[in-house]
Each structure stands twice: as C-alpha cells, then as structure tokens.
Design a protein around this ligand. Structure first.
Ligand SMILES: Cc1cc2nc3c(=O)[nH]c(=O)nc-3n(C[C@H](O)[C@H](O)[C@H](O)COP(=O)(O)OP(=O)(O)OC[C@H]3O[C@@H](n4cnc5c(N)ncnc54)[C@H](O)[C@@H]3O)c2cc1C
Length: 460
C-alpha cells in the first residue's frame, strides 16, 4: 500500500528528507507531499550575505532545486502553502493557502517537521519601521537588495555581531556603505572566546567598520514617512539609512509544541538518534535539538551542515533503512572581508558550564612558509582537558588560507584525540601551503606542554 509522507518546510532538511525517502523507497511505495509557505525550495540561505555583497552574481545561483525540478522528480510540492496545526493522534495536518486562504486537512502516515528557525526579534520601539531587515530567508535577502538599490543608502547599522551579523557587515561595506555593528557582549562574535573576539574587533576596525560592543539597542527613530532614521543605544543615536537585524535565531517549534511534542531544554524539538520525535513524526534541522558529543547536553545549533544530514537520515529511516545522527561538536566557519573565523568543540564558557577542567594555549603562525609571498597571519587557540589532555576545543582567527584548518581539529575532537597525540601527526607541507611546522602542530605542542605543566596541581 502506498504510504503518504507529509513534509512541513521545503528547504534544506525538508527537501533532503523528501528526496532521500523517494530515492530509496521501493517503486510506487511512497507519496511525498511537501508544504512550503515561502516562494522557494532548496536554496542556500548561507549564500545570501555574499549575494547581497555582490560576490555571487545572480540570486538564482543560490537555488539548488526549484519546486518544478522537485516535481519532475516525483515530489508533490505545494508552494505558498502552510501547515497550521498537527494532530499526531489522528495523523493529520491542517493546511492553508497563504495567498488564497483555502484550508483542508491532509492525512499522513509519516510526518517530517522541518520548519527551520525564526529570528530573535526583541520588542523594541520602531522595530517594524521600513528599512529594518532580518536576513533569515531568500525573500528577505531580496527585500534588502531592492531597498539598497531604491535610494541613497549611505549608512548601515548591523545589530548583533554573530556570524550572520559580521557577514552582513561585510556585505554592507562591500556595497560602499559606512557600516557600524553593535553587540551587547564585550567583544564581537561570541561563538569564540572574548580574547579571540578582540582580534576580530581589531581586524574589523581596520576594515573601516565601526564596532560598538557592550551596547544594547533601545529602539529606532522613525521618520514621518515610516522609514528608520537612527538606532538608539543609551545616550548614543546612530544615524542609519538601513538597519540589519542579526540577533540570532530560535527553533521554530510552534506547530510541534501545540501538537504536544516534547521540546528539549535548548528550545528545539527533542528526537531520538534516528531523528524521530514521536511514532510516525520526524524532526530535523534548525527546529530540532541535537546532542553535543562533548558536553552530552541537548543543544540548538542552526547550521546548514546539520540540516542536510538530518534530512538524509530522516529520509533513509522513512524509506525503511537505518540512519542515526551521531551528534555535533559545534564546528563553524565564517568570514568578514579578508578575515577568517572558525571554531569547533567547546569555548571556555561552554567547557566550564559542562564541568570540564581545562588548559588553554594560543599560538600565532602563518598560513604559508614565512618567506612565501603573501604569507598571512593567524592565531590558533586550543582548549585541552586538564590531566587527560583530550582536545576540547579550537578557535582560529586569521587571514585568507587559515580557517579551514579547523577541520583537522574537528576530526581530532570527533575521535577523542589528545593534544599530545596530535603533536606529531603526519600533516601535509609545502611552502605555498603552510610552514614546515603547521599551526595545527605548533598549537597542539603548546597545549600538550600546558597539560604537562598543570599535572602537579591536579590531585590524582
Ligand atoms: C544569512 C544566513 C547565513 C547562513 N550561513 C550559514 C553557513 O555559512 N553555514 C551553515 O552551515 N549554515 C548557515 N546558515 C544556516 C542554514 O541556512 C540553516 O541551518 C538551514 O537553512 C536550515 O535548514 P532547515 O531546512 O532546517 O530550515 P530552513 O532553511 O529555515 O527552512 C525551513 C522552511 O520551512 C518553511 N516553513 C516554516 N514553517 C512552515 C509551516 N508552518 N508551513 C509550511 N512551511 C513552513 C519556511 O518557509 C522555510 O522555507 C545560514 C543562515 C542564514 C539565514
């Protein structure tokens, strides 16, 4: 008998689950219906800041697969169509057309919740003024591009200096706007420790971006035409022709919570290792909670890298196979202009919160042999567990050619390696690629020394 799969959300997780299920199911065994409230399927939100910056020429390059392409592959994609309620007992979804308001009930055998995340929007005075934008969807990206081209936009203020904030600050600078970025934290980019964040601040200031940290936004001044004029933060009034909000996201769990599904401590939908939230109900991507392999805690980390894996695992399970998500270690990479930023594992605050005793080691190195033309600087910081020397975390801030080294550290953490074991790893070397002692090895050696030095202070 044909089983009906209903997928709510048609981007990374949802379409990956739908395509995988259909690809692996026996012929004619599955009917797959995808409900997507927006205009696009399978697009790279990750590319939006680079498209706005002008690095990616055409919006359509961000779209991996259009609704039509998915339909040709046999998926019943219903665009501008949203799920408004789920009944897990009856196995039905209430559906409504976004444009025409048409409503109906859709039965399912298996349901995939892939509703993504929603931006954090504090209730600030004037926050709904024209000229203030989030960057959560391709539609919002389009609005920003349109707005930038619609008038004399000279000053941009970016609220929030997380990874989307710094990428958008780069986009604004690339488009020639005088750019200020604000954050309430003492240093930008709280995904890394403050000492590494200070390096990011220094580099951003060197690029002409004004960085105001320790600064909370109180509201927005709005002109009589309804358009934002300035951002207010304490006694400071920052004139703004355009404001970009990048205050982070939270899992979009409204439907799941109303349906009685378990919401984890991190705010994401709780699932088992196969990404099953309840019998016949699967959840993954930005709306779901995942397990951190080091802290053991449930965490919400909204990244495309996880979303695509979740989708594939869910699709495999629905098609009758076996897929299990092994958890995350918090690996991420970003850039602002020529500065690269990467992290994996735990930062100092996270390591302390998880109860780890740790040592740290920071080194400066170059991306290539020092004598190679164009050698660039980088700083690498490691956290290693006290006594055992297990690598707990790594952070890199440096110029072009530095940040992808994070994947070596991620692999080491994934395999529970100690910094001592990393010291003599057989890594590649030639002058155009690294110094003979690559930053990875130098940092590991320094961290191993710190672990040794801390031993006498530790009881057995
Ligand atoms: C600007 C930006 C830059 C990013 N950069 C990176 C990066 O460099 N690296 C990285 O790994 N990740 C990055 N990400 C994160 C990455 O894009 C997300 O993790 C990924 O898109 C999550 O996929 P998802 O399918 O879980 O959710 P989404 O992509 O958010 O898709 C959810 C979909 O569900 C739809 N939906 C929601 N509710 C309903 C409903 N009730 N009915 C019907 N449809 C519904 C939404 O319209 C949406 O299309 C970035 C994100 C943004 C916004």
């Amino acid at each position: 008998m044909t089983k009906r799969i209903v997928v709510v959300g048609g981007d990374a997780t949802g379409m990956s689950a739908a395509s995988t299920a259909l690809r692996h199911a026996p012929d004619g065994d599955l009917e797959v219906v995808v409900l997507e409230r927006g205009h696009y399927t399978s697009y790279s939100a990750c590319g939006i800041p680079y498209w706005i910056a002008g690095d990616v020429g055409d919006r359509d390059e961000l779209i991996a697969r259009s609704p039509e392409q998915h339909r040709e592959a046999g998926i019943d994609v219903r665009m501008r169509t949203e799920a408004t309620a789920i009944d897990v007992e009856e196995r039905t979804v209430s559906v409504r057309g976004v444009d025409d308001g048409d409503s109906y009930e859709l039965g399912y055998d298996e349901l995939v919740i892939a509703t993504g995340a929603v931006p954090t929007v504090p209730p600030l005075e004037g926050a709904d003024a024209e000229g203030i934008f989030g960057v959560q969807s391709l539609e919002q990206g389009e609005e920003i591009v349109k707005d930038l081209g619609a008038g004399d936009r000279r000053r941009a203020v970016v609220v929030g200096a997380g990874y989307i904030g710094v990428e958008m600050a780069e986009a604004m600078v690339s488009r020639g706007l005088e750019t200020t970025i604000l954050d309430m934290a003492p240093e930008p980019f709280t995904q890394v420790d403050p000492d590494m964040g200070a390096l990011i601040r220094e580099a951003m200031e060197g690029m002409g971006i004004t960085v105001r940290t320790g600064t909370s936004v109180d509201g927005f001044d709005v002109g009589e035409d309804g358009r934002v004029r300035a951002v207010r933060a304490g006694d400071t009034v920052l004139p703004a022709d355009i404001v970009i909000m990048g205050l982070g996201v939270k899992p979009n769990v409204a439907l799941a919570a109303e349906a009685g599904l378990t919401i984890g401590e991190s705010g994401g939908i709780a699932t088992d290792v196969r990404m099953q939230a309840a019998p016949g109900v699967w959840a993954g991507g930005d709306c779901a909670e995942v397990r951190h392999r080091l802290s053991g805690k449930g965490v919400h980390i909204a990244l495309g890298t996880h979303a695509n894996k979740h989708g594939r695992i869910i699709g495999t399970n629905i098609a009758g196979g076996y897929g299990a998500f092994p958890g995350v270690i918090g690996t991420a990479i970003s850039k602002v202009c020529s500065l690269e930023i990467a992290r994996t594992g735990l930062g100092e605050r996270e390591a302390s919160a998880a109860g780890f005793g740790y040592v740290t080691a920071s080194v400066e190195s170059t991306t290539t042999a020092g004598y190679w033309p164009g050698a660039e600087l980088m700083t690498v910081k490691l956290l290693a567990e006290q006594r055992t020397g297990r690598l707990l975390g790594a952070q890199i801030v440096g110029r072009a050619g530095s940040a992808k080294r994070i994947d070596v550290f991620a692999t080491a953490i994934w395999n529970a390696m100690t910094v001592e074991q990393m010291t003599f790893m057989d890594l590649s070397y030639a002058p155009p690629f690294s110094p003979v002692w690559d930053a990875v090895l130098v940092a590991a050696r320094k961290a191993a020394k710190e672990v040794q030095a801390a031993v006498p202070a530790s009881p057995v």
